[in-house]
Structure formats: structure tokens, C-alpha cells
Ligand binder design. Structure first.
Ligand code: AR6
Length: 178
């Protein structure tokens, strides 16, 4: 089960590199300073080229749970939506709300720029240490709710590792049979 319809929006699941996705907007798991870093952030800046960082510098930063848009430079996408997920610190510091907000705000910013297809990495589950299974449930909940009010055709979850693929499959399964 790698696909689920929520209203008029398709939620799809693929394993691979987000930088090569042919979608209108890809989402970056950034930091609040928008300074670049490792993980998916490093991959996006490397593949997209310096125009993305130039725009990040002009914007200056992004609070946790919020999202901002830049060019996608040399990437196949038209937009990069930079969002900042929470650092996991046990789960009692508002992490689920902040992670849900990161997904919700990313979709809103993407839709504000006319994007109809949007690809997400698994925000906060690398360097920021968010448990992958909890993050997948929050991601699917937040996206399913947000798309009801937006004109988005596809939200693509792009997972990197085999373990992430299995976790997302498990999270999608019960939703597909509802
Ligand atoms: N395509 C898709 N997913 C990827 C890719 C890729 N090319 N590369 C890594 N992942 P992380 P965070 C997965 O650490 O936890 C950065 O330094 C990865 O396996 O990129 O939100 C920023 O600058 C993991 O499942 O993001 C911040 O400082 C997921 O992407 C900080 O890390 C997210 O891992 C943000 O940490």
C-alpha cells in the first residue's frame, strides 16, 4: 500500500532522493537560521546550487514550525519550501504540535505559490532525533487535515531508508482501509 486518497488529494509514498523528484515543490528539513547543514538540507543545497542559499540569507531565518519559500535553483522542482521541525527532547516540549505545524505551514506556503504537487522528506527524523514511527503518524495526520482546505493534487512522502519505507507503509495501511 503506497497510495491513499484523501478527498481530491493523492498521498503517495516513494523511496529515494527528494532532490530528483519531479514535483512543483519540495520541502527541506532546514534549521531556524536557514544556514544549510547535513542530511536532506545539505543534499538540496548541493544539488540546487547557490541561488537557494542566497535567498535563504535574504530571508534570514524561520522559526520552528513555520515555513518559507525560495527558488529551487537547478532542481527539477519550481520551489523549495524550507520548514523547521522540532528537535526531539522526549515528547513533552510540544514536539508533536510543532511537527504538525511544519507540515501544515509547508503545504500552505506551497499552495500560496501555486504548487499542486509537493514532496516531503521525513522532517525531524534525522539529526533532530524524532522517533520515526511517531513522526510518520503525525505527518500523515497533519497532511490529511491540511489538504482538505487546499488545491493540492499530490503529496509525496519521499523516504530515504528501508526502515522509513516500512514505517510509512505501516502507518498508511489502516488509513487506506478506513
Ligand atoms: N532525500 C530524502 N530524504 C533524505 C535525504 C534525501 N536526499 N537525505 C536525508 N534524508 P535530516 P532533521 C532523510 O537530518 O532531522 C540538517 O543539518 C533522513 O534519512 O536531514 O529535520 C539541517 O540543517 C531523515 O529520515 O533532518 C538541520 O540543522 C530525514 O531526511 C537539521 O539537519 C530528515 O533528516 C534538521 O534535522
Amino acid at each position: 500500500m503506497t497510495e491513499l486518497n484523501v478527498g481530491k488529494t493523492r498521498l503517495t509514498l516513494v523511496q529515494g532522493d527528494i532532490t530528483v523528484q519531479q514535483v512543483d515543490a519540495i520541502v527541506n528539513a532546514a534549521n531556524a537560521a536557514l544556514r544549510g547543514g547535513g542530511g536532506v538540507d545539505g543534499a538540496i543545497h548541493r544539488a540546487g546550487g547557490p541561488d537557494i542559499m542566497a535567498e535563504c540569507r535574504r530571508i534570514g531565518g524561520c522559526p520552528t514550525g513555520q515555513a518559507v519559500r525560495t527558488t529551487a535553483g537547478r532542481l527539477p522542482a519550481d520551489h523549495v519550501i524550507h520548514t523547521v521541525g522540532p528537535v526531539w527532547s522526549g515528547g513533552d516540549a510540544g514536539e508533536p504540535d510543532l511537527l504538525a505545524s511544519a507540515y501544515r505551514r509547508s503545504l500552505q506556503v506551497a499552495a500560496d505559490h501555486g504548487a499542486r504537487t509537493v514532496a516531503f522528506p521525513s522532517i525531524s527524523t534525522g539529526v533532530y532525533g524524532y522517533p520515526k514511527d511517531l513522526a510518520a503518524e503525525t505527518a500523515l495526520d497533519a497532511v490529511s487535515t491540511a489538504v482538505a482546505n487546499l488545491d493540492i493534487d499530490e503529496v509525496r512522502f519521499v523516504v530515504f531508508g528501508d526502515d522509513d519505507l516500512e514505517i510509512y507503509r505501516q502507518a498508511l495501511q489502516p488509513r487506506a482501509s478506513q
